[in-house]
Design a protein around this ligand. Sequence first.
Ligand SMILES: Nc1nc2c(ncn2[C@@H]2O[C@H](COP(=O)(O)OP(=O)(O)OP(=O)(O)O)[C@@H](O)[C@H]2O)c(=O)[nH]1
Ligand SMILES: [Mg+2]
Length: 324
Amino acid sequence: MPHKEQPDFQELLARGQEGDRRAVGRMISRVETNGVADHVMMRQLWAHTGRARVIGITGPPGAGKSTMTDRMVKYWRKKDYRIGVIAVDPSSPFTGGAILGDRVRMNDLALDTGVYIRSMSTRGQLGGLSLACSGAVSVLDACGYDPILIETVGVGQSEVAVMNVADLVLVVSVPGLGDDIQAIKAGILEIGDVFAVNKADLPGADRTARELQIMLGMNPDMNADPPPILMLSAEQNQGVDALCDSVENRFALMQDSNELMTRRNRRLEKELLAYIQDRLYKRVLAPVLIADPFANNIEAFRANERNPYTWAEGIMKKIEERTP
Ligand SMILES: Nc1nc2c(ncn2[C@@H]2O[C@H](COP(=O)(O)OP(=O)(O)OP(=O)(O)O)[C@@H](O)[C@H]2O)c(=O)[nH]1
Ligand SMILES: [Mg+2]
Protein backbone atom coordinates (compact mmCIF):
# COMPACT_ATOMS: atom_id res chain seq x y z
CA MET A 1 0.00 0.00 0.00
CA PRO A 2 1.50 3.37 -0.94
CA HIS A 3 2.33 5.63 1.98
CA LYS A 4 -0.26 8.35 2.08
CA GLU A 5 1.11 11.78 2.97
CA GLN A 6 -0.59 13.37 5.93
CA PRO A 7 -2.36 16.29 4.31
CA ASP A 8 -2.22 18.51 7.34
CA PHE A 9 1.51 18.38 7.96
CA GLN A 10 2.53 21.18 5.59
CA GLU A 11 -0.13 23.33 7.13
CA LEU A 12 1.01 22.52 10.65
CA LEU A 13 4.57 23.37 9.68
CA ALA A 14 3.54 26.69 8.15
CA ARG A 15 1.58 27.54 11.25
CA GLY A 16 4.49 26.52 13.49
CA GLN A 17 6.82 28.73 11.49
CA GLU A 18 4.47 31.64 12.08
CA GLY A 19 4.79 31.04 15.81
CA ASP A 20 1.67 28.96 16.51
CA ARG A 21 2.85 26.96 19.51
CA ARG A 22 -0.06 24.53 19.37
CA ALA A 23 0.98 23.51 15.87
CA VAL A 24 4.55 23.03 17.11
CA GLY A 25 3.25 20.87 19.95
CA ARG A 26 1.24 18.67 17.63
CA MET A 27 4.22 18.07 15.38
CA ILE A 28 6.43 17.20 18.33
CA SER A 29 3.84 14.76 19.64
CA ARG A 30 3.93 13.08 16.28
CA VAL A 31 7.71 12.65 16.18
CA GLU A 32 7.76 11.69 19.81
CA THR A 33 5.46 8.79 19.12
CA ASN A 34 7.02 7.61 15.89
CA GLY A 35 10.60 8.86 15.96
CA VAL A 36 12.41 8.99 12.65
CA ALA A 37 10.18 6.12 11.59
CA ASP A 38 7.75 8.87 10.62
CA HIS A 39 9.82 9.34 7.53
CA VAL A 40 7.15 11.30 5.68
CA MET A 41 7.31 13.98 8.30
CA MET A 42 11.08 13.84 8.79
CA ARG A 43 11.60 14.18 5.04
CA GLN A 44 9.48 17.27 4.93
CA LEU A 45 11.26 18.80 7.91
CA TRP A 46 14.74 18.19 6.56
CA ALA A 47 14.90 21.11 4.14
CA HIS A 48 13.94 23.49 6.94
CA THR A 49 16.50 22.34 9.48
CA GLY A 50 20.15 23.05 10.20
CA ARG A 51 19.95 26.57 11.52
CA ALA A 52 19.31 26.12 15.23
CA ARG A 53 22.14 25.99 17.71
CA VAL A 54 21.34 23.10 20.01
CA ILE A 55 22.64 23.38 23.55
CA GLY A 56 22.58 20.49 26.00
CA ILE A 57 22.56 21.38 29.69
CA THR A 58 23.44 18.58 32.06
CA GLY A 59 24.65 18.07 35.60
CA PRO A 60 23.71 16.42 38.88
CA PRO A 61 20.20 16.61 40.32
CA GLY A 62 19.42 19.96 41.90
CA ALA A 63 22.47 21.74 40.45
CA GLY A 64 20.23 24.53 39.23
CA LYS A 65 19.94 23.51 35.58
CA SER A 66 16.33 24.63 35.30
CA THR A 67 16.99 27.90 37.08
CA MET A 68 19.93 28.49 34.73
CA THR A 69 17.89 27.59 31.67
CA ASP A 70 15.22 30.05 32.74
CA ARG A 71 17.77 32.86 33.17
CA MET A 72 19.57 32.07 29.95
CA VAL A 73 16.31 32.11 28.03
CA LYS A 74 15.46 35.49 29.53
CA TYR A 75 18.87 36.89 28.62
CA TRP A 76 18.62 35.65 25.04
CA ARG A 77 15.05 36.85 24.69
CA LYS A 78 16.42 40.37 25.02
CA LYS A 79 18.27 39.69 21.78
CA ASP A 80 14.95 38.73 20.25
CA TYR A 81 15.86 35.11 19.70
CA ARG A 82 12.99 32.65 19.54
CA ILE A 83 13.94 29.90 21.93
CA GLY A 84 13.00 26.26 22.31
CA VAL A 85 13.42 24.38 25.57
CA ILE A 86 13.19 20.63 25.99
CA ALA A 87 13.29 19.47 29.60
CA VAL A 88 13.95 15.78 29.93
CA ASP A 89 12.33 14.67 33.12
CA PRO A 90 13.67 11.33 34.28
CA SER A 91 11.00 10.69 36.86
CA SER A 92 7.86 12.14 35.38
CA PRO A 93 5.26 9.45 34.75
CA PHE A 94 3.57 11.40 31.96
CA THR A 95 4.92 11.98 28.48
CA GLY A 96 5.39 15.32 26.75
CA GLY A 97 2.90 18.00 26.09
CA ALA A 98 2.39 19.05 29.64
CA ILE A 99 3.41 22.57 30.45
CA LEU A 100 6.07 22.16 33.03
CA GLY A 101 5.30 22.02 36.68
CA ASP A 102 7.00 23.82 39.53
CA ARG A 103 9.94 21.54 39.30
CA VAL A 104 11.06 23.20 36.13
CA ARG A 105 10.93 26.75 37.45
CA MET A 106 10.00 28.28 34.15
CA ASN A 107 6.33 28.99 34.65
CA ASP A 108 6.41 32.63 33.65
CA LEU A 109 8.30 31.76 30.48
CA ALA A 110 5.31 29.73 29.34
CA LEU A 111 3.47 33.03 28.83
CA ASP A 112 6.11 34.31 26.40
CA THR A 113 5.03 33.40 22.87
CA GLY A 114 8.64 33.60 21.68
CA VAL A 115 9.52 30.61 23.83
CA TYR A 116 8.42 27.03 23.36
CA ILE A 117 8.85 24.72 26.37
CA ARG A 118 8.34 21.01 26.25
CA SER A 119 8.86 18.36 28.84
CA MET A 120 9.75 14.87 27.80
CA SER A 121 9.80 11.87 30.05
CA THR A 122 12.17 8.96 29.72
CA ARG A 123 9.26 6.63 29.20
CA GLY A 124 6.91 6.22 26.34
CA GLN A 125 8.92 6.67 23.17
CA LEU A 126 9.10 3.88 20.67
CA GLY A 127 12.52 4.68 19.30
CA GLY A 128 14.07 5.73 22.58
CA LEU A 129 14.52 9.04 24.28
CA SER A 130 17.35 10.33 22.11
CA LEU A 131 15.41 9.79 18.92
CA ALA A 132 12.31 11.46 20.31
CA CYS A 133 14.45 14.36 21.47
CA SER A 134 16.18 14.59 18.13
CA GLY A 135 12.81 14.66 16.37
CA ALA A 136 11.59 17.42 18.66
CA VAL A 137 14.76 19.40 17.91
CA SER A 138 14.09 19.04 14.17
CA VAL A 139 10.57 20.38 14.59
CA LEU A 140 11.72 23.34 16.67
CA ASP A 141 14.59 24.04 14.28
CA ALA A 142 12.26 23.95 11.28
CA CYS A 143 9.94 26.37 13.04
CA GLY A 144 12.74 28.88 13.50
CA TYR A 145 13.63 28.37 17.15
CA ASP A 146 17.29 29.18 17.81
CA PRO A 147 18.85 28.41 20.20
CA ILE A 148 17.26 25.21 21.48
CA LEU A 149 18.12 24.20 25.04
CA ILE A 150 17.86 20.62 26.23
CA GLU A 151 17.98 20.10 29.98
CA THR A 152 18.70 16.70 31.43
CA VAL A 153 20.05 15.24 34.65
CA GLY A 154 23.47 13.74 34.08
CA VAL A 155 22.73 10.38 35.61
CA GLY A 156 21.20 7.48 33.69
CA GLN A 157 22.60 6.36 30.38
CA SER A 158 19.61 7.44 28.35
CA GLU A 159 19.82 10.94 29.83
CA VAL A 160 23.49 11.22 28.96
CA ALA A 161 22.75 9.84 25.50
CA VAL A 162 20.35 12.72 24.99
CA MET A 163 23.37 15.02 25.03
CA ASN A 164 24.39 13.46 21.72
CA VAL A 165 21.53 15.39 20.20
CA ALA A 166 23.17 18.68 21.20
CA ASP A 167 25.77 20.60 19.19
CA LEU A 168 27.33 21.91 22.37
CA VAL A 169 27.14 20.58 25.91
CA LEU A 170 27.10 22.76 28.99
CA VAL A 171 28.01 20.82 32.13
CA VAL A 172 26.75 22.31 35.39
CA SER A 173 28.52 21.71 38.65
CA VAL A 174 27.96 23.13 42.13
CA PRO A 175 30.07 23.61 45.25
CA GLY A 176 29.81 21.06 48.03
CA LEU A 177 29.33 17.99 45.90
CA GLY A 178 32.31 16.37 47.58
CA ASP A 179 32.88 12.93 46.20
CA ASP A 180 30.01 13.41 43.79
CA ILE A 181 32.33 15.42 41.61
CA GLN A 182 33.92 12.06 40.85
CA ALA A 183 30.58 10.94 39.48
CA ILE A 184 30.50 13.92 37.17
CA LYS A 185 34.01 13.13 36.14
CA ALA A 186 33.08 9.57 35.26
CA GLY A 187 30.13 10.29 33.02
CA ILE A 188 29.92 13.75 31.64
CA LEU A 189 33.24 15.48 31.94
CA GLU A 190 34.33 14.22 28.55
CA ILE A 191 31.31 15.57 26.75
CA GLY A 192 31.42 19.12 28.14
CA ASP A 193 32.22 22.05 25.83
CA VAL A 194 31.53 24.71 28.44
CA PHE A 195 31.53 24.24 32.22
CA ALA A 196 29.47 26.21 34.68
CA VAL A 197 29.89 26.29 38.44
CA ASN A 198 26.47 27.37 39.64
CA LYS A 199 25.52 28.52 43.15
CA ALA A 200 28.65 30.64 43.31
CA ASP A 201 26.87 32.55 46.08
CA LEU A 202 27.56 29.53 48.29
CA PRO A 203 30.97 28.86 49.86
CA GLY A 204 33.37 26.59 48.02
CA ALA A 205 32.60 27.63 44.43
CA ASP A 206 36.21 28.70 43.80
CA ARG A 207 37.40 25.34 44.97
CA THR A 208 34.96 23.51 42.71
CA ALA A 209 36.13 25.58 39.75
CA ARG A 210 39.77 24.79 40.56
CA GLU A 211 39.03 21.09 40.87
CA LEU A 212 37.28 21.14 37.53
CA GLN A 213 40.21 22.94 35.99
CA ILE A 214 42.60 20.29 37.27
CA MET A 215 40.42 17.44 36.05
CA LEU A 216 40.01 19.00 32.63
CA GLY A 217 43.74 19.62 32.48
CA MET A 218 44.32 15.92 33.00
CA ASN A 219 42.30 15.05 29.93
CA PRO A 220 44.83 15.04 27.07
CA ASP A 221 42.09 15.60 24.46
CA MET A 222 41.27 18.93 25.97
CA ASN A 223 44.74 20.37 26.46
CA ALA A 224 44.87 22.08 23.11
CA ASP A 225 41.72 24.06 23.60
CA PRO A 226 40.50 23.77 27.19
CA PRO A 227 36.79 24.39 27.64
CA PRO A 228 35.88 27.57 29.52
CA ILE A 229 34.79 27.32 33.16
CA LEU A 230 32.35 30.00 34.29
CA MET A 231 31.05 30.74 37.75
CA LEU A 232 27.55 32.03 38.24
CA SER A 233 24.61 32.26 40.54
CA ALA A 234 21.55 31.53 38.48
CA GLU A 235 19.22 32.29 41.35
CA GLN A 236 20.71 35.74 41.87
CA ASN A 237 21.08 36.25 38.13
CA GLN A 238 24.81 36.86 38.48
CA GLY A 239 27.11 35.77 35.67
CA VAL A 240 24.36 34.51 33.39
CA ASP A 241 25.18 37.03 30.66
CA ALA A 242 28.86 36.01 30.62
CA LEU A 243 27.86 32.36 30.42
CA CYS A 244 25.48 32.98 27.51
CA ASP A 245 28.10 35.01 25.66
CA SER A 246 30.67 32.31 26.23
CA VAL A 247 28.31 29.70 24.79
CA GLU A 248 27.66 31.88 21.74
CA ASN A 249 31.39 32.46 21.27
CA ARG A 250 32.01 28.77 21.45
CA PHE A 251 29.45 28.23 18.71
CA ALA A 252 31.11 30.83 16.54
CA LEU A 253 34.47 29.09 16.99
CA MET A 254 32.96 25.71 16.21
CA GLN A 255 31.42 27.13 13.08
CA ASP A 256 34.67 28.69 11.89
CA SER A 257 36.67 25.53 12.46
CA ASN A 258 33.99 23.43 10.77
CA GLU A 259 33.71 21.42 13.99
CA LEU A 260 29.99 22.11 14.13
CA MET A 261 29.34 20.60 10.72
CA THR A 262 31.60 17.64 11.48
CA ARG A 263 29.66 16.90 14.66
CA ARG A 264 26.32 17.26 12.93
CA ASN A 265 27.31 14.98 10.08
CA ARG A 266 28.55 12.35 12.49
CA ARG A 267 25.36 12.59 14.52
CA LEU A 268 23.11 12.30 11.49
CA GLU A 269 24.96 9.27 10.24
CA LYS A 270 24.82 7.59 13.64
CA GLU A 271 21.15 8.31 14.04
CA LEU A 272 20.20 6.99 10.62
CA LEU A 273 22.38 3.91 10.88
CA ALA A 274 20.87 3.13 14.29
CA TYR A 275 17.45 3.45 12.71
CA ILE A 276 18.36 1.15 9.83
CA GLN A 277 19.87 -1.35 12.26
CA ASP A 278 16.71 -1.36 14.28
CA ARG A 279 14.61 -1.96 11.16
CA LEU A 280 16.96 -4.69 9.99
CA TYR A 281 16.77 -6.39 13.34
CA LYS A 282 12.99 -6.40 13.29
CA ARG A 283 12.58 -7.40 9.69
CA VAL A 284 15.50 -9.79 9.13
CA LEU A 285 16.92 -11.11 12.37
CA ALA A 286 13.94 -11.25 14.71
CA PRO A 287 11.86 -13.62 12.51
CA VAL A 288 14.78 -16.08 12.28
CA LEU A 289 15.59 -15.87 16.00
CA ILE A 290 12.00 -16.72 16.91
CA ALA A 291 12.49 -20.22 15.48
CA ASP A 292 15.64 -20.90 17.51
CA PRO A 293 16.11 -18.38 20.32
CA PHE A 294 19.45 -18.03 22.08
CA ALA A 295 17.83 -18.44 25.47
CA ASN A 296 16.47 -21.88 24.60
CA ASN A 297 19.99 -23.10 23.93
CA ILE A 298 21.90 -21.85 26.93
CA GLU A 299 21.79 -25.11 28.84
CA ALA A 300 22.85 -27.10 25.80
CA PHE A 301 25.74 -24.64 25.22
CA ARG A 302 26.91 -24.89 28.81
CA ALA A 303 26.64 -28.69 28.80
CA ASN A 304 28.70 -28.78 25.60
CA GLU A 305 25.83 -30.46 23.78
CA ARG A 306 25.66 -27.65 21.32
CA ASN A 307 28.24 -25.09 20.25
CA PRO A 308 27.14 -21.42 20.48
CA TYR A 309 29.25 -20.48 17.46
CA THR A 310 27.63 -23.18 15.38
CA TRP A 311 24.28 -21.80 16.51
CA ALA A 312 25.31 -18.27 15.40
CA GLU A 313 26.47 -19.57 12.00
CA GLY A 314 23.16 -21.42 11.67
CA ILE A 315 21.26 -18.19 12.24
CA MET A 316 23.38 -16.45 9.59
CA LYS A 317 22.74 -19.26 7.16
CA LYS A 318 19.00 -19.05 7.63
CA ILE A 319 19.14 -15.30 7.01
CA GLU A 320 21.12 -15.82 3.81
CA GLU A 321 18.62 -18.42 2.61
CA ARG A 322 15.79 -15.97 3.19
CA THR A 323 17.49 -13.04 1.46
CA PRO A 324 18.44 -13.97 -2.08
N1 LIG B 1 22.05 29.21 46.43
C1 LIG B 1 21.66 28.99 45.18
N2 LIG B 1 20.65 28.15 44.94
C2 LIG B 1 20.29 27.96 43.65
C3 LIG B 1 20.94 28.61 42.57
N3 LIG B 1 20.37 28.20 41.42
C4 LIG B 1 19.39 27.34 41.76
N4 LIG B 1 19.32 27.20 43.10
C5 LIG B 1 18.38 26.37 43.87
O1 LIG B 1 18.69 25.01 43.71
C6 LIG B 1 17.51 24.21 43.73
C7 LIG B 1 17.42 23.35 42.50
O2 LIG B 1 17.26 24.17 41.36
P1 LIG B 1 16.78 23.62 39.96
O3 LIG B 1 16.92 24.73 38.98
O4 LIG B 1 15.45 22.98 40.07
O5 LIG B 1 17.87 22.51 39.72
P2 LIG B 1 17.89 21.37 38.58
O6 LIG B 1 19.31 21.08 38.35
O7 LIG B 1 17.08 21.78 37.42
O8 LIG B 1 17.18 20.19 39.36
P3 LIG B 1 16.64 18.81 38.73
O9 LIG B 1 16.02 19.11 37.41
O10 LIG B 1 15.67 18.33 39.74
O11 LIG B 1 17.85 17.93 38.63
C8 LIG B 1 16.37 25.19 43.86
O12 LIG B 1 15.98 25.27 45.20
C9 LIG B 1 16.96 26.49 43.39
O13 LIG B 1 16.31 27.61 43.95
C10 LIG B 1 22.01 29.49 42.87
O14 LIG B 1 22.63 30.11 42.00
N5 LIG B 1 22.33 29.63 44.19
MG1 LIG C 1 15.44 20.73 36.42
